[in-house]
Design a protein around this ligand. Structure first.
Ligand code: PFF
Length: 458
């Protein structure tokens, strides 16, 4: 295993894992989930999901990874529970499926950056034509996958960690500059009110499980990405404080993204927040319009900066998605990292072709499936999202905590966490994590999983 490599420092690990967590989910997904789910009321539920349910899952994933020093499939085998490696296999499959379409959206973001640099603001009103242009979006997707594979091929410390250490601070600086600008725009107050004052009447069960799905996806949980990253963490690092910092960074950046997005949208809608568009439109259709109103110079700078930011955030996430199947091939099939990276990247790009065609490129993939009882068909990309993000990730999380609590036994988990954190045993955090993974997480994740499957697929 000497050739596996590892993170060079605790900060390097946190930057990489926060980089994995912070992505399209924060800047694209979070604001529109907030818009659909009652503004601040959704935010509150989201916070509860992150801290109460997701934090224990994150700690467990990192601990399993560090204990075994292996990819998610090998990890369960090496603990002596060969059959449980099904969790790892599901994780590798989720990674492949998620990256296959995530890379397409990341390609759009990068494509928008290139369009806005040239001052082509009309791209917002041409979103449908843009996504239907297979050659163009295909090319951007190739470029994005290439950048991802390039970083992963350089290994952990000099690839993934180094990229995160450069991209994450740049992202934070860019986003703060955009927030400062956004809150000075006209109607910013209406946007912020919509975001920050809860409307509890919009809360229903659907909103609750959207919040949980969003939290899982945003924190990169349930597919072994953090088992994989955990396998590169030093035994001296404190898993609890690392997990807390990763969670806070992710929530913080999603929250700040909202401070930027809602004033922008309010500016465009002249403060009429009830007209807020939902879904992908919020970023790809609405925002270019906002940037255009800022005039040709400022508009180009702010608009291009925004889509560059989105691309950076996506890149540190695609890197972690690719690392999961790559580490599996390297550890379990003894394939050289470089070869594994390019092979998997090519394979996932090919798996992503239906997603490339799912937004106007082909009628078949654009109206791929009609769920039982639904009126409208959903496209292939949304279908993958429902399958992988909303179904496989919570299922993976459920299996990971159940494994730790009932099969592997908590004492083993505690021993691993205690390594690098000598105050852990006997602390409140220990009791909380134990209680959460034994009762709260299995029950709630189990219920949500059953409801999601019944609701979506039957
Ligand atoms: N957390 C990423 C985001 O919010 O965009 C997406 C993601 C990355 C999910 C890595 C899962 C994962 F393993």
């Amino acid at each position: 295993m000497a050739t596996r490599g590892g993170f060079s420092s605790k900060f390097g690990f946190i930057a990489a894992a926060a980089g994995s967590a912070v992505g399209l989910g924060n800047l694209w997904g979070f604001p529109f989930e907030v818009a659909d789910g009652g503004g601040a009321a959704f935010v509150l539920i989201y916070l509860v999901c992150c801290f109460v349910l997701c934090f224990p899952v994150m700690v467990t994933e990192i601990a399993i990874g560090r204990k075994t020093g292996l990819n998610p499939v090998g990890a369960f085998k090496s603990l002596g529970y060969k059959n449980w490696n099904i969790i790892g296999k599901l994780g590798v499959l989720s990674g492949v499926l998620i990256l296959s379409y995530y890379n397409v959206v990341a390609g759009w973001a990068f494509g928008y950056f290139l369009e806005l640099v040239q001052g082509r603001f009309e791209i917002g009103s041409e979103f449908g034509t843009f996504t239907a242009n297979f050659t163009k979006v295909g090319l951007y997707a190739i470029l994005f996958m290439f950048a991802t594979a390039f970083i992963v091929s350089k290994g952990i410390a000099s690839g993934i960690e180094k990229a995160a250490k450069i991209l994450m601070p740049s992202l934070i600086i860019l986003i703060l500059m955009l927030v400062i600008y956004a809150v000075t725009l006209e109607h910013a107050t209406e946007g912020l009110q919509f975001y920050l004052i809860p409307d509890f009447s919009k809360i229903n069960l659907e909103v609750v499980y959207d919040a949980l799905g969003q939290a899982f996806f945003s924190l990169s949980l349930g597919m072994g990405a953090l088992i994989t990253y955990g396998s590169y963490v030093s035994k001296n690092d404190n898993i609890i404080s690392s997990a807390a910092l990763i969670t806070l960074a992710d929530i913080g950046i999603a929250f700040i993204a909202g401070l930027m997005m809602f004033p922008f949208v309010a500016y465009l809608l002249n403060g009429n927040m009830d007209q807020i568009p939902s879904g992908a439109g919020l970023i790809f259709v609405t925002l270019p319009g906002v940037f255009e109103t800022l005039g040709p110079n400022l508009g180009v700078i702010i608009g291009a900066a925004f889509f560059l930011l989105l691309s950076f955030a996506a890149l540190t996430s695609t890197v972690s998605l690719l690392e999961v199947p790559v580490s599996y091939l390297v550890d379990e099939h003894q394939i050289r990292r470089n070869r594994a990276v390019w092979l998997v990247a090519l394979g996932i790009f090919l798996v992503g072709i239906p997603s490339l065609l799912a937004n106007g490129g082909s009628d078949f993939f654009s109206q791929f499936i009609t769920y039982f009882g639904a009126e409208k068909a959903v496209d292939f990309m949304s279908f993958l999202g429902h399958l992988a993000n909303d179904t496989f990730l919570p299922l993976g999380g459920l299996m990971i905590v159940s494994f730790a609590a009932y099969i592997w036994k908590k004492e083993q988990l505690y021993n691993e966490i205690e390594t690098g954190n000598s105050n852990f045993k006997g602390s409140f955090i220990e009791k909380y994590i134990g209680f959460a993974i034994t009762y709260i997480c299995p029950v709630i994740l189990g219920m949500i999983f059953i409801l999601t499957v019944l609701n979506r697929f039957f």
